[in-house]
Design a protein around this ligand. Sequence first.
Ligand code: SF4
Ligand code: SF4
Length: 196
Amino acid sequence: MSDPDKYILPVAPPDEQEVCVACGFCCDGTLFLHACLQPGERGHLPPKIEENSYAENGEEFFRLPCLYFRGKCTIYDQPRADVCGSFRCELLHAMEKGTISKTEALGMVARAHTMRQELLGEFCRMTTFTGTPNLRQVLLDLGKWRKSLAEDDPRTLEADLLMARINILETLLIKHFHPASEFQNMMVPSQNHPKI
Ligand code: SF4
Ligand code: SF4
């Protein structure tokens, strides 16, 4: 029998919690499509993480967007995966070091949210996609959709412009949220999707 307290995680400082509640980028498919699990976690995870988990090359992961994310984490006060409490992005590191204030961090989150919503909306309009898109999947799907168009299709220009605008958002995310060293991995449209 597993110890249910094993995966109850330390509570983040209030300022970090406030920024994370406003953000959610590491849970909703904006930064990653997969999160790493620790050895032995599978079999003892919240049900929707368990059903979204898989093994690859001897390591274990769960897919993102997380099924517990609805605007924010809906099981924040319950046992979660280890990575849920241990992952800290560049923005939180900068806050901890005092190089940016909480207000500045919230401003960056709001700016990235606004840009992302505009771009995802544009993607849906352009491709007639009707689901709930996430940025990482849109990057993959937009590239495939662009390739499917005939070269004289006027939508190729729209697709190229949208990709250029998404790349501007990527630059913001890389600078403020994601280690630059993982940029290449983020952009590889293969099974090596970015992972927490
Ligand atoms: S990306 Fe950073 S600020 Fe946003 S929810 Fe994740 S840890 Fe918090
Ligand atoms: S359980 Fe909560 S913190 Fe963990 S990935 Fe899902 S939404 Fe994010």
